[in-house]
Design a protein around this ligand. Sequence first.
Ligand code: COA
Length: 153
Amino acid sequence: MTLADRTAIAELIVSVENFNKSETDCALELVDIYLQDEKQSDYNVAIAEDSNSKIQAYACWGPVPLTKGAFDLYWIASRPLSRGLGFGRALMHWVEQSVMSSRGRLLIIETSSKESYKNTVGFYSSIGYEEIARIKDFYDIGDDKLILAKRLS
Ligand SMILES: CC(C)(COP(=O)(O)OP(=O)(O)OC[C@H]1O[C@@H](n2cnc3c(N)ncnc32)[C@H](O)[C@@H]1OP(=O)(O)O)[C@@H](O)C(=O)NCCC(=O)NCCS
């Protein structure tokens, strides 16, 4: 991702139907940290484009501080009209390769159990992420935190 992609990524993030205002603000904040500080290594951002170079998906991930080889996936989203076309899977494959090339061995995803995230959890499951922990009522009463993981080596 480069600075030239920021407007398209901001539009994509705002268009995601299951992100609320706090989530879009947080997602954009991480994009801006990535773009504005070239020395930082906490956040990586990558985009997936179609054959017309139009941005269709993006992902943000980084190493978990104080661990050897654990990485967090912070955000991934594809355009609502481009779901199911393989952009999410391709991007996750790219993220996993990048994590492994940084000697990462474990990719962790934290997500929500609420209804609007059901499709997302189905997506993660279809690409090999397993639920390893659940914190009941974490985000809200009836909205658990799901911790999903994939061992990369
Ligand atoms: C999650 C998300 C990124 C997936 O992106 P996508 O581009 O639609 O994913 P793909 O088209 O690559 O699908 C990959 C696989 O997941 C599967 N999949 C997608 N949605 C699924 C669902 N609801 N249940 C089961 N499998 C599902 C697809 O069938 C596909 O499998 P296949 O390749 O074997 O056919 C997209 O749905 C999204 O942006 N959701 C909203 C934002 C969000 O919740 N982000 C995560 C929180 S940070």
